[in-house]
Design a protein around this ligand. Structure first.
Ligand SMILES: [Zn+2]
Length: 80
C-alpha cells in the first residue's frame, strides 16, 4: 500500500543523513519525493519506490489523515 505522504509532513527514514540527523521535511511529492534534512538543510530527491523502502515513520503530519479521523471518531463512540 502506498504511503500517504504529503508536503510539510516530517518523517524518519531507516538510515540517518550523513550529518547525523534523521528528521526530514517533505518538500515535494509525486513520482519523486523531495526531502529536506531538518538539521543541515540539504535536499534530496528519491524515487517514490526508494522512499517507501527507506521510510520508517511519520514524526508529524501536515494535516490529519483519514485514519486519524476514523480513530478519533471511534474513540468517541462513532459518528452517531
Ligand atoms: Zn543532514
Amino acid at each position: 500500500m502506498p504511503i500517504d505522504v504529503r508536503i510539510d509532513d516530517e518523517v524518519r527514514l531507516r538510515k540517518p543523513h550523513p550529518c547525523g540527523a534523521n528528521h526530514w521535511l517533505v518538500v515535494r511529492v509525486g513520482a519523486d519525493i523531495g526531502l529536506k534534512c531538518m538539521k543541515c538543510g540539504r535536499k534530496v530527491l528519491l524515487p517514490r519506490s526508494v522512499f517507501e523502502k527507506r521510510f520508517k515513520t511519520f514524526i508529524k503530519r501536515s494535516r490529519p489523515t483519514l485514519d486519524d479521523i476514523a480513530s478519533a471518531l471511534s474513540q468517541k463512540g462513532g459518528i452517531e
